[in-house]
Ligand binder design. Structure first.
Ligand code: MTE
Length: 353
């Protein structure tokens, strides 16, 4: 793992750890934290469901399991800061970790449907949003507060949104939110709140720092230190994105045909429909072979063969999604002060010998 920060723990795996794995092994799954990992006892953990509901309720892990059917979903999480390093290369982004292309990963999540829990509580007709609150208190926030965020009620009710206690068939690891986390497929990772302890139905988005004041797209000329709650655009659906998984960036290889693989992902209810690869700076493109679409909420891996020439060269990759959106070419065009959503074309440096 490349450890960007020890406390709070922030780390991403080498590209090779994601290559070839539709489901990411838990030990290779990136970790993104804003506070120390809380130690919660599954036996005493509770979840409050409150706000604009007819029957506010407090659940335990046992009562959730007993009351609702369990469901599993294969879903990719992608941090809004994935690939930030490509934006830092354009202009410095102080105070933010320079994540590479592996702040994204895919797991099979098991738990109960949030929609079932909301239906049981009885949602008020005026409700529009559902907020989540974790148990971890972050000193990064102004003022310090638990990590939280919200999604629109219509998304919260969708069958793919889970209160999950298992990841790839194992109980959630503490660093990934044990005993229970929210999983919101298709949305930036920040909305999949770990160590969730409260679900609040409301008539507006959460005013939690991580929803109202950060994870927002600010115009390039805004100083994030002076930006206040509500400034910029709240990030939600993941934009179409892709990167290389093998060979590694800067790899030295024998000249000649070389297998090249990567991942591509599109959020919302969009899926990846095409990936192009170019060895001549984008003058011509060849279509890569697309791997399995394990679920509508999962990435697709892709593969192709590139003819590596002697000397240094750059290979490009770009994905299209089912809304015909194409990744933008230029990282400079998507640069923003917090370094989110770098979905510009993937660039891989190879050296042929
Ligand atoms: N939930 C809590 N409670 N605290 C956090 O710091 N980080 C969020 C989200 N949920 C976070 C959280 C972010 S920004 C991401 S990208 C994902 O968790 C990362 O999940 P992972 O660490 O399991 O990969």
């Amino acid at each position: 793992m490349t450890v960007h920060e020890v406390e709070p723990f922030n780390a991403e795996p080498p590209r090779a750890a994601l290559a070839g794995n539709m489901l990411t092994p838990v030990e290779a799954f990136y970790s993104r934290n804003h506070a120390p990992v809380p130690a919660l006892d599954p036996a005493t953990w509770t979840l409050a469901v409150d706000g604009l509901v007819v029957r506010p309720t407090t659940w335990t892990l046992a009562s959730l399991r007993e009351r609702f059917a369990a469901h599993s979903e294969t879903a990719t999480l992608q941090c809004a800061g994935n690939r930030r390093a490509g934006l830092v290369d354009i202009r410095d982004i102080p105070g933010e970790a320079p994540w590479g292309p592996t702040a994204t990963a895919t797991a099979r999540w098991t738990g109960v449907r949030l929609g079932d829990v909301l239906e049981d509580a009885g949602v008020d007709p005026d409700a529009t949003d559902v907020a989540f609150l974790g148990a971890d208190v972050s000193e990064v926030a102004r003022p310090p507060q638990e990590f939280g965020g919200s999604v629109p009620l219509r998304k919260a009710r969708m069958p793919e949104v889970l209160l999950a206690w298992e990841m790839n068939g194992e109980p959630l690891a503490p660093v990934h939110g044990a005993p229970v986390r929210v999983v919101v497929p298709g949305y930036i990772g920040a909305r999949s709140v770990k160590w969730v302890q409260r679900v609040t139905v409301a008539d507006r988005p959460s005013d939690n720092f991580f929803q109202a004041s950060t994870y927002r797209l600010l115009p390039p000329d805004v100083d994030p230190a002076s930006a206040g709650p509500g400034d910029g655009v709240a990030l939600g659906l993941v934009a179409v994105n892709a990167d290389f998984l093998a060979p590694d960036d800067g790899a030295e290889l024998p000249a000649g045909p070389t297998p090249v693989t990567g991942y591509a992902f599109a959020g919302g209810d969009r899926t990846v429909v095409r990936v192009d690869v170019s060895s001549d700076g984008g003058a011509t493109w060849a279509q890569a072979d697309l791997g399995e679409q394990a679920s509508p909420w999962a990435w697709r891996h892709w593969s192709t063969t590139v003819d590596v020439a002697r000397g240094e060269q750059q290979i490009l990759a770009r994905a299209w999604d089912s809304s015909a959106a194409l990744q933008p070419a230029d990282p400079a065009s998507v640069w923003n002060p917090k370094g989110y959503v770098n979905n510009s074309w993937a660039r891989l440096r190879l050296v042929g010998r």
